[in-house]
Design a protein around this ligand. Sequence first.
Ligand code: URP
Ligand code: ZN
Ligand code: ZN
Length: 461
Amino acid sequence: MSLDLIVRGGTVVTASDTFKCDIGVADGRIVQLATAITDEAAAIYDARGLLVMPGGIDSHVHLAQPSGEGVEMADDFASGTRSALFGGNTTVMPFCLQEKGQSLRAAVDAYHAKAHNNCLTDVSFHLIITDPTPAVLGQELPALIAAGYTSVKVFMTYEAMRLNDAEILATMDAARRAGAVMLVHAENEDVIRYLSDAHVQAGNIHAKAHASTRPIAAEREATHRALTLAEVVDVPVVIVHISNGPTIDEVSRARSRGQRVIAETCPQYLLLTKDDLSADGWEGAKYVCSPPPRDREQQDACWRGLETGVFDLFSSDHCPFRFDDTAGKKRPGGTFVHIPNGIPGVETRMPILFSEGVKKGRIDLNRFVALTSTNHAKTYGLYPQKGTIAIGSDADLTIWNPDLSRTIRHSNLHDNCDYTPYEGLEVSGWPVAVYLRGQLMMKDDVLLGSGSDGAYLLRPA
Ligand code: URP
Ligand code: ZN
Ligand code: ZN
C-alpha cells in the first residue's frame, strides 16, 4: 500500500494507552498502526524520542466575537487558529453569538463568512442564544441542531447576554428535544450587579474590584440553579470555566443524583489568583476574566478536580482583548466595570497543563490527552473522527517534545493580542510538529499550512 505519510518510532499516547508504534496515513486518515510499517510513503516523520498525541481540541474559544460598543476582540479566525495551531491544537470550537433581535441562521452565516478560508485548524461552532424568541426556539434552533450545530450556550451573567431562568429552561428544553448539549456560564448577575454598584459608589473602581464583585457564592449558586434547570428538562449540561471547590462540589452532588454533567476548568484557575488583579496601575486589567481567578486554596481544589477525574475538559476560554488599547483593556470609562472580560490562552493551554500537570506528577499522560483532546471530541460529537489515534480517525497528530523547555513570552506567541497572562512562566514540554488530516501544518516553529486548510466540522445531534 502506498501511504502519504509514516510517523515513525514515536511513543503514541491516547486517553487510554501509551505504546511505541508507527502510524501510517493515507487520504488524511490513519490507516495503519504497527510496530514497523514497511510500506512506501511519500513522507516520513522521525518521531523517535517524541510523543505522538491526538491533535489538541480546545472546545472553548472566542474569536471575532462582538463584545460591546467600542470593544474589539484581538483575534479573528486567522490569528486565533494560528495561535491554536502553534500550541498543538488541530480543532477549536469558537462561539457563534446571536445578537439581540438577530436570527440565529443570520448569526451562523455571519460566523461562517468570518471563518471561511481563514482557519489553520478545523473549526466547529457552539451557538450562543441571547434572544430565545418562539421562532428561535421553535424553528431556527431545531433546524440548526439537525443540520449539525449541536451545542448551545446560555449566559446567566453579562446584562446584554444573560437569560432569566424561564428563558434558560425553554432553551434547554428545545436543545434536549433536538438532541443538543447545553453549555452554561453560571454566575448570579444580580449579586454581581449589587456588589459592583456598591463598589463604584464607594469609589473602589480599580481592576481588583472585579474579583470581589464576583464571589464564589455567586458562581456556586448559579451553578446549582443551572444544574437544577437542566435536571428538570433532563438535558446534558456542560458547566464551563469552573474556578473553585464549592462549585465543583455542586457538580459532584448533581452527578451523584444521576445527572449528566460535564465539567470544565481552564489554566487561569490553576495559575492565577485574585492578587494578580491588584497589580499596579491598570496592569490588573490583564487578568480580568469571569469567573475571576480565586486564591491558592481554590487553585488546589481545581487541581484536585483534574487529578481525580471530576473535570472532563481543560479548555482555554481564549477571549483576547489587547491591553494597551482603548478598544481593549483600556476601554474609556476608567473603572473595573468597563474592562472587557476575558484573557488570551489558546496557545499556552497544552504546554501549561503538560508542564504543571504531567511533569509535576499531578496527572499522567493519558489523562493529559483526555483533558486536552479526547473528552472534548466525546462531549461535542466529534469522536472518533477526532480526539484519538485509531484506524479510521483523522490524522490530526501533535508531535510533542516532552523535554523542550521554554519561557513563555508573548513575543514568541502567534495571537494578535499584546500580552500573555503567563509572561515569564517556565514550562517543560512543547509541540514540535502538528499534522491536520495528514498535512504538516507546523514544524519546529515554522508555519507550513494556509488559511484554506482548516475545515468546518458539522456534528451529529
Ligand atoms: O471572562 C471571560 N470568561 N470572557 C469570555 C466570555 C465568557 O464568559 O466565556
Ligand atoms: Zn463564560
Ligand atoms: Zn468563554
